[in-house]
Design a protein around this ligand. Sequence first.
Ligand code: ADP
Ligand code: TRP
Length: 322
Amino acid sequence: MKIILSGIQPSGALHLGNYFGAMQSAIDLQSQGQALYFIADYHALTSVTKADDLRRYTFDVAAGFLACGLDPARTILFRQSDVPQVHELAWLLSVVTPMGLLERAHSYKDKIAQGAETSHGLFAYPVLMAADILLYNSDLVPVGKDQKQHLEIARDIAQKFNDRFGPVFKLPEPVIREATAIVPGVDGRKMSKSYGNTLELFGEDKALEKRIMGIPTDSTPVADPKPVEGSILAQLMKTVATPAQYESYTARMQAGGVGYGDLKKELAAVIKAFLAPFKEKYQALKEHPEKVEAILADGANRARALAAPVLQKARRATGLSL
Ligand code: ADP
Ligand code: TRP
């Protein structure tokens, strides 16, 4: 059975971009093998600086995954930091990781270019990510395009380790979601928590409506046809609506006679209806956080059981263990 592994950082409230770009396909993949999905809280510490925020976002990702359809009976859902053995492996990997490999990492260079403070954690991020992947003998790693290079680094590190110490690690195959459309935010740029342009999965309805009503539009008069090409409203509609709903929406835009205010209200209604069943499950979990904790504790036990023999093999190969 294939091991499918992916992680998501608890570094902000989940939004529609996360759902359509990452969570939906992870949930769809559950039936293809043994999936392990974890909340990358150690990684999030490279950007989240307040303990309460980290706790809140961690719960949000765990409950969010469950609310959106992750089946904890089949899939192992766990918190990265519940398996601290990953750091022992990260060290074993770091001794075979050339500095140049990390110096070339785009995400590190981008963060520095954006003015982020440098830290060893940020620099070593790909080594910990390689450890996440290799610790569970992962076959497939579904990630967004932005993580492609990190996957290549993980494969390079695995190969370097095997070259030095013998064949311990399987080389993981990335499953890159090239086809996934970038979900636009309310300002038309990529939806991202760092731009403050998100539509949250589990936020207040009022806030969602306000954000949608604030989407910039052109000044076409009510009576006139509205352009579909380049319209943020149409792109968001396409993301959440059924094809039939989308067709009807864009047909009405093109026909004219409907103002942007009404088009926005309709978009808000469709997004709210789409999110309603997820929200209901999320709320139920929020009222019983102990249920989420129990699922994470069970996930951690199952993850540790898979990790132990792999780590032992790596320790033996290096000479740390007999
Ligand atoms: P953010 O950009 O809000 O910081 P993350 O980088 O934490 O989001 O996102 C985690 C994953 O969610 C990404 O690797 C990517 O696959 C997906 N994702 C995030 N935003 C979008 C988006 N606007 N469109 C499509 N996928 C996205
Ligand atoms: N770096 C990934 C991201 O920001 C999260 C992550 C951490 C991850 N460890 C991983 C993804 C291992 C896949 C496999 O999206």
